[in-house]
Design a protein around this ligand. Structure first.
Ligand SMILES: Cc1cc2nc3c(=O)[nH]c(=O)nc-3n(C[C@H](O)[C@H](O)[C@H](O)COP(=O)(O)O)c2cc1C
Length: 385
């Protein structure tokens, strides 16, 4: 499947699979251990059904909304991913550009190929910054200064990564090893377009601002990852709230009974997320826990969701269950691998089109105003109601 023929996100995934060496594709697609949580994220959406409202004039529709005070053209944002370098030599830059062109927000990961100031400069609107805490807590305040100075408008603190998840596909291929192993090298030779792109990326890319940015190799990305102490505690969070003036978002909550405490610390947003099933295996699908968390938060913060969003109807279900917006991870990395900036743009355009059609068919005119009753559970009693 070529990018131009792709009509849904599964097609884009297939295009990426063709483009990438197996082990590289596995880094993106894989999850922790038996990948039951990866599957649960998808299966969860099937437990909910849409309940179309009939006889509504849907000739005028709006997908525009706001997240923490910022306008976005559709309720889909790009989640932080630390692996764009292996999908495309320009890594975060085309992702940032495609997000801005679609008028939505890219949450930039701490783990980047380019210095994050360069990524911010490639963007025509403020990005959000996802934070993994540096191992030495004295480095936190200077880092926050840099992030604010670079123009990032919100800080997203990931709380589900005190240690790295057990991703067995990556351990088997040993892809994070310092030196590329022979089997991975052989796979690379079967994907010459990818191999050439990757090698060119090692040389350094011209920045939009002139000058040259030196992309980090996979090795130094690995160093960044391994050198970070990802564990965030309540006291870290309180410290961050004190030092960060803008909106503060926590990413990785999966239980409703901890939501109030986050509100008390002063967070403005919560991303219901299990890291795309890449951290703790055996966790519920995100859509399964969304409603209880939304109820606990009770409008005192905005609630977002990621994990398994592959269709416009998934977005609509999440919004019906109370999410303000959703984020996608793997799909845009597949787009990036298959077609660079155009590939990421394509992913957003497909989701936008599907969501717009789903709204019309469900009787929803304004995405900012999705009634809770458009979603039901698949339990037969509910469907018959
Ligand atoms: C290759 C890859 C790298 C990721 N890196 C990060 C990261 O650096 N920080 C983070 O908070 N989440 C990271 N995530 C998790 C995503 O932000 C997001 O939670 C997840 O991908 C959503 O699920 P989806 O891929 O099914 O859309 C990563 C996900 C993938 C697939």
């Amino acid at each position: 499947v070529l990018l131009t023929n792709a009509i849904n996100l599964d097609d884009i995934e297939r295009a990426a699979r063709r483009q990438l060496p197996r082990a590289v594709f596995d880094v993106i697609q894989g999850g922790a251990e038996d990948e039951t949580t990866v599957a649960a994220n998808r299966a969860g959406f099937d437990r909910f059904v849409l309940r179309p409202r009939p006889l509504v004039d849907v000739s005028q529709r709006s997908l525009r909304t706001t997240v923490l005070g910022e306008q976005i053209a559709l309720p889909v944002m790009l989640a932080p991913t630390g692996a764009s370098r292996i999908a495309h030599r320009h890594a975060e830059l085309p992702v940032a550009r495609a997000a801005c062109a679609a008028d939505t927000i890219y949450v930039q990961s701490t783990v980047t190929a380019y210095p994050f100031e360069d990524v911010a400069r490639a963007a025509s609107r403020p990005l959000w910054f996802q934070l993994y805490l540096p191992p030495d807590r004295r480095d936190v305040d200077p880092l926050l200064h840099r992030v604010a100075a670079a123009g990032y408008s919100a800080l997203v603190v990931t709380i589900d990564t005190p240690v790295f998840g057990n991703r067995e596909r990556d351990r088997r291929s040993d892809i994070l090893a310092t030196r590329v192993r022979v089997p991975v090298l052989m796979q690379g030779l079967q994907r010459p377009r990818w191999a050439v792109d990757y090698m060119r990326g090692q040389i350094g890319a011209r920045m939009p601002t002139g000058g040259r940015a030196k992309p980090m190799s996979q090795t130094s990305t690995r160093k960044t990852v391994l050198a970070s102490t990802f564990g965030v505690t309540w006291s870290d969070l309180e410290h961050l709230r004190e030092r960060w003036d803008g909106p503060l978002v926590v990413k990785g909550l999966m239980r409703a009974d901890e939501a109030r405490r986050l509100i008390d610390v002063g967070v403005d947003g919560i991303v219901v997320s299990n890291h795309g099933g890449r951290q703790l295996d055996g966790v519920a699908g995100t859509i399964d826990v969304l409603r209880p968390i939304v109820d606990a938060v009770a409008n005192d913060a905005e609630v977002f969701l990621d994990g398994g969003i592959r269709r416009g109807t998934d977005v609509l279900k999440a919004l019906g269950l109370g999410a303000r917006a959703v984020l996608i991870g793997r799909p845009y990395l597949y787009g990036l691998a298959a077609g660079g900036e155009a590939g990421v743009a394509r992913v957003l355009a497909i989701l936008r089109d599907e969501l717009d059609r789903a709204m019309a068919l469900t009787g929803v005119c304004d995405i900012d105003d999705v009634a809770h009753d458009i979603v039901g559970s698949r339990a037969p009693a509910d469907i018959l109601r």
